[in-house]
Design a protein around this ligand. Sequence first.
Ligand SMILES: *[C@@H]1O[C@H](CO)[C@@H](O)[C@H](O)[C@H]1NC(C)=O
Ligand SMILES: *[C@@H]1O[C@H](CO)[C@@H](O)[C@H](O)[C@H]1NC(C)=O
Ligand SMILES: *[C@@H]1O[C@H](CO)[C@@H](O)[C@H](O)[C@H]1NC(C)=O
Ligand SMILES: *[C@@H]1O[C@H](CO)[C@@H](O)[C@H](O)[C@H]1NC(C)=O
Ligand SMILES: *[C@@H]1O[C@H](CO)[C@@H](O)[C@H](O)[C@H]1NC(C)=O
Ligand SMILES: *[C@@H]1O[C@H](CO)[C@@H](O)[C@H](O)[C@H]1NC(C)=O
Ligand SMILES: *[C@@H]1O[C@H](CO)[C@@H](O)[C@H](O)[C@H]1NC(C)=O
Ligand SMILES: *[C@@H]1O[C@H](CO)[C@@H](O)[C@H](O)[C@H]1NC(C)=O
Ligand SMILES: *[C@@H]1O[C@H](CO)[C@@H](O)[C@H](O)[C@H]1NC(C)=O
Ligand SMILES: *[C@@H]1O[C@H](CO)[C@@H](O)[C@H](O)[C@H]1NC(C)=O
Ligand SMILES: *[C@@H]1O[C@H](CO)[C@@H](O)[C@H](O)[C@H]1NC(C)=O
Ligand SMILES: *[C@@H]1O[C@H](CO)[C@@H](O)[C@H](O)[C@H]1NC(C)=O
Length: 798
Amino acid sequence: MKHDGILALLGLLAVSVKCSALYRPVSYVTGLQKDPLQLLNDTVLKLSSDGITPAIVVLDYGRDVEGYATFQVSQRSGDTSAFEMTYSESHALLDSDMGDGPLPLAAAMDTNRVNRYNITDKKSYTNRLIQGGLRYQKLNLSSAGEIFLSSIGLEPSVSRTPLTELPGSFNCSDPVLTRIWHAGARTLQLSEVPAHSVPDFWILTSEGALVDSLAPQPYYSIWSPSLTSYELQFSVTPISQGFGFTVLSDTLSNGIYIFVNIANASISAHAGSSELGTTLASGKLPASITLNSWHKVKSTVNLSHVSISINNLIILDFSQTASFYGSFSVGASLGHAAIFTNLSLSVDGQQRYSSTLKDKAALQDFLLGTNPLPVSVDGSRRDRIAYAGDLDMSSSTAFASTNGLEFINGSIELLGSYQLTPGFFVPNAKIQQFPRTTDVPANITGLIDYSFSLVSAMAKFYEQTGDSVFLARWAPKAARMLDWAHSQTLPNGLLNITDPSMGGDWDYYDPTLSGVVSKFNIVYAYSLKQWLPHLSQAGLNGTVYRQRLQSLQRAINDHLWSDKLQAYYQSATYQDFFSQEANALAILSDTTSSSVSGSNNRTAALLSTMARELSVLKGALAFSNASVASGWAQKISPYASGYHLKAAFHAHDGIQAKRLLHSLWGPISDPAHANYTGCIWETMNMDGTPGLGSSTSLCHAWGAGPTADLSRYVLGIQPVTPGFKEWKVAPQTLDLSWAAGDYPTPRGPISVDWFFDCSGRFQIAVRGPTGTKGTVFLPSPLNGTFEVQDGKTFRYRQ
Ligand SMILES: *[C@@H]1O[C@H](CO)[C@@H](O)[C@H](O)[C@H]1NC(C)=O
Ligand SMILES: *[C@@H]1O[C@H](CO)[C@@H](O)[C@H](O)[C@H]1NC(C)=O
Ligand SMILES: *[C@@H]1O[C@H](CO)[C@@H](O)[C@H](O)[C@H]1NC(C)=O
Ligand SMILES: *[C@@H]1O[C@H](CO)[C@@H](O)[C@H](O)[C@H]1NC(C)=O
Ligand SMILES: *[C@@H]1O[C@H](CO)[C@@H](O)[C@H](O)[C@H]1NC(C)=O
Ligand SMILES: *[C@@H]1O[C@H](CO)[C@@H](O)[C@H](O)[C@H]1NC(C)=O
Ligand SMILES: *[C@@H]1O[C@H](CO)[C@@H](O)[C@H](O)[C@H]1NC(C)=O
Ligand SMILES: *[C@@H]1O[C@H](CO)[C@@H](O)[C@H](O)[C@H]1NC(C)=O
Ligand SMILES: *[C@@H]1O[C@H](CO)[C@@H](O)[C@H](O)[C@H]1NC(C)=O
Ligand SMILES: *[C@@H]1O[C@H](CO)[C@@H](O)[C@H](O)[C@H]1NC(C)=O
Ligand SMILES: *[C@@H]1O[C@H](CO)[C@@H](O)[C@H](O)[C@H]1NC(C)=O
Ligand SMILES: *[C@@H]1O[C@H](CO)[C@@H](O)[C@H](O)[C@H]1NC(C)=O
């Protein structure tokens, strides 16, 4: 008896420890009731179905969470074999069969947004794989039985430090700005993936790789993405329903998916990454192809033709124009499971790859193992991969909030190690990739400007940390990129993108650009500007790059400015409209105010053009109106607008900064919004709704820029020398009555607290770390600067 008591107590302790580590839903709705009920710690949910009408419970976590879904079955009876959980960032998509999935592209979370369980025991069940960003979870028992569930939640796969306990903080008299800061911080928190935290995708067994309900992830090597004609062979034992494989696939799993469905003896080929893509061909399977026995599959592909034989019998043979080159892999659709072994790939009769798929090396070959580095990914749900372009934006936000230096450093380590022979970098990498030790022997990228953003992020990391080892490692690589850009400039001083296939951009749904493009020139100027203060410290000749920046800025001002638009036009080809991002970067890189050839300071003119031509009720357009005629989509981009906001602050345009914050980020961060996730979204339509339909990421780090800007410009905290040995505080007050917060630096936090008292007099208190020196600049219209030395608290009262 005594022992039982202790066991019971231990059990309780174990449960309560586990509970405190869980994300718990805050409310739930059952099939019949309308108003959500609060989900308490001791709430036990009863799901009871007659096998005809399923029992449905919808859980709401109140905001995005991510991790391993888990629940405890305390009682069960009858047939409980058909229990499923569906996930979605938005409520609307919970009602679709697949939730807001599937998401086949990057193996950093479960492919499917539905997990199915055959409940056989009274025990705790936990998903094997991570579900990325979700706010809602639907429970569905559809077999004729009953289950009682408790301790439902998500074991977090990322840090769950409460937002009010982060290293950085921000609060002010306008609750909208305060919640924007926190939504940005939350977005970063959900995008920071710790090293070795992603579980292995395949289960390795003595017979081969067991693949259950997982999209194929293409085999990865330097040569695999450009394969065109080959023969793929493998052996497979289907265990449940059937199996699949992919050929001619790009690195993000888009290619030709072959869906083998033993359950109804059919085989079909689909464009894309799953059986949901357009059907290219279909056929019947012979009765000899059964579950639980080995079959030999052979697929021969070339630029136009795919043929598949199973056990030496041709089953499907078709011509296609959906995909012309790419890699291969094996997988299983939702509900399907199979064991694969003895996979080999031959080109012209020569074996190029083979594996038994029984050991860890296979996981690395297909990028299905764990992530070697801590990384900052783009999105919590979609795009759980590292992108070079987004890092310039997300790094500043991480510095101001989570202080997630290791994640930014890890992403730079990963992406920066994939430098191509000419000097530019790959635009993205799966987080399961290992960093390289030598250059990538290739010379083409589809997204040239992402390399400039990566180079800028490197400079920002050094500015934040003052880490001289980092500087010594990355400055030469950054210089190679900048030197490549210099080698591509025309006699008139402008960068020319000669190869049209390099000119894609983040707005992948818009036309690509080449030749003389303002964005590519100005983002180059912006990278040079970021690096200039640090080049000589890194042993490079700063004068050389300073001269390059000056002549680039002169050329930009002489050739790309349109008097008619009062802005820098889109490109030599498209002179009748302009880009929000390119023009914002012109202000941020001081290109507008560089008066080298006696030109005027264009900053104020450009800002007023941007306000006039881009403002819409729900934010600001990413391209001015006339772009529509040339095929540009009319979208609002929290990413491009992030640069617009920085530019407004940089030029002390508080009115425009406030308008952007309130019109664009205000609604996103509003808990009353139908699509609220507590995070910042990827893209929006003109009417302020998520802009890419159901695939829109509702937690996307590139949109979280304002968090950094509120800290940098409203608290006013900025480095003067790398690592904040010297710093300044120069607040812009935006008509607020007070603001306060902390900014993490390698030497300790800098704290700022300012307010206007009842009679409108300004007061400020500033404290920095010991061993540093700060300068406080009183906000306009006051006039005064003060020194803050060595960890002392500085107070000023007007
Ligand atoms: C519910 O559980 C959490 C985590 O264990 C705990 O922090 C909280 O105080 C509990 N709430 C109540 C009302 O018991
Ligand atoms: C946003 O919410 C609306 C209203 O519920 C819904 O129709 C839409 O699907 C949601 N969008 C996304 C991308 O989740
Ligand atoms: C559920 O699991 C039990 C026990 O392993 C098994 O007998 C039963 O066939 C399974 N039911 C389904 C529908 O898979
Ligand atoms: C519940 O699950 C069953 C079995 O997967 C499915 O057919 C049904 O559509 C689901 N119902 C809801 C409302 O999700
Ligand atoms: C901001 O300050 C207000 C007023 O002091 C306080 O009520 C609120 O909890 C604070 N918010 C945060 C996120 O610190
Ligand atoms: C077999 O089942 C799949 C998946 O349910 C379906 O898409 C396909 O049309 C079916 N094929 C035949 C020949 O019935
Ligand atoms: C592709 O293979 C088919 C079938 O073997 C063949 O007819 C065709 O000529 C091949 N095409 C190319 C471009 O090699
Ligand atoms: C770029 O790659 C192509 C194809 O591999 C090669 O022919 C060419 O010489 C390379 N150019 C440079 C500048 O490396
Ligand atoms: C500049 O780029 C355009 C567009 O690709 C190309 O046609 C032109 O030849 C390039 N100019 C030079 C001098 O390389
Ligand atoms: C740096 O470059 C400038 C301009 O080309 C040159 O005049 C100067 O001598 C260089 N300095 C060093 C230390 O090489
Ligand atoms: C240019 O104008 C902007 C905004 O009017 C101002 O903030 C900036 O200091 C000016 N720059 C120079 C170099 O005069
Ligand atoms: C600030 O005060 C100094 C010294 O009185 C004066 O020279 C300067 O013009 C003032 N600046 C502004 C912006 O008022």
